[in-house]
Design a protein around this ligand. Structure first.
Ligand SMILES: *Cc1c(COP(=O)(O)O)cnc(C)c1O
Length: 228
């Protein structure tokens, strides 16, 4: 049988071990853009207003429009900071990258957790596409909250955008819901070669860390020169 594993079991097991969580907490898709699309349809569609910042990843408004999800724009401060307390009471769902694209500004896990605790009825997606470049991950929150999903990607800090590997972490009930949506579209979104290469990438921890460092050094150089 030459089809890929339907639920990317080996890769999910690898990701679970790496992140010290269970396989039931892990979902894998064809790039995080696909994971985002499946998540919007599964968790945001028909739920009411979706809130995201004015400065953010351009794909969110596109997906919201496609799935006819009403949007609410959260205005960032003068220095582009996201203030979760500014989210309106009418909001049903919230999504933002942490750190935010294109500002690179991140929120602390404790700050996000405080908002989650106070608003158990609001569904949260945190897009951690750039988390490896020095930000704090919110991954531990999935063990305590059923209203939060964390999405990550192999495209940025691993420079493997061509592989199309996006990952998602959450409560097993949320992962099951995502699987139901995924299986209605495409039961085999991650091909065999991409799965094997992704596992090899996780095994090569040293290359990943060296690569992250190179990019951070380059970022600091660029920041300094721009300030000069
Ligand atoms: C690049 C990016 C993605 C999409 O990455 P994939 O290549 O589809 O995994 C998602 N969210 C943000 C914030 C990004 O910058």
């Amino acid at each position: 049988k030459l089809y890929p594993e339907s639920n990317s079991d080996r890769l999910r097991k690898k990701l679970a071990t790496k992140n010290k969580i269970k396989e039931e907490n892990v979902f894998v898709g064809n790039g995080s853009d696909e994971v985002l699309a499946l998540s919007f349809l599964t968790f945001f569609s028909g739920r009411g207003n979706l809130c995201f910042p004015d400065v953010t990843y351009s794909f969110y408004p596109s997906l919201a429009k496609l799935f006819e999800i009403p949007c609410e724009i959260l205005e960032t401060s003068k220095n582009f900071k996201i203030n979760l307390n500014d989210i309106s009471k009418n909001t049903s769902s919230v999504i933002f990258p942490n750190p935010n694209a294109i500002t690179g500004l991140g929120l602390k896990k404790n700050y996000i957790e405080k908002y989650l605790t106070l608003h158990p009825d609001v569904f949260f997606i945190i897009d951690e596409a750039y988390v490896d470049f020095g930000a704090e991950t919110c991954l531990p929150l999935i063990n305590h909250y059923k209203n939060v999903l964390i999405i990550q990607t192999f495209s940025k800090s691993r420079s493997l955008a061509g592989l199309r590997i996006g990952t998602c972490y959450g409560d097993p009930d949320l992962i099951n819901a995502l699987n139901a949506t995924k299986n209605s579209f495409n039961s085999y979104p991650v091909d065999r070669i991409a799965s094997i290469a992704a596992i090899a990438s996780i095994d090569d921890q040293k290359w990943h860390l060296d690569h992250i460092n190179k990019i951070i050094i380059n970022r600091n150089y660029l920041t300094n020169k721009l300030e000069e």
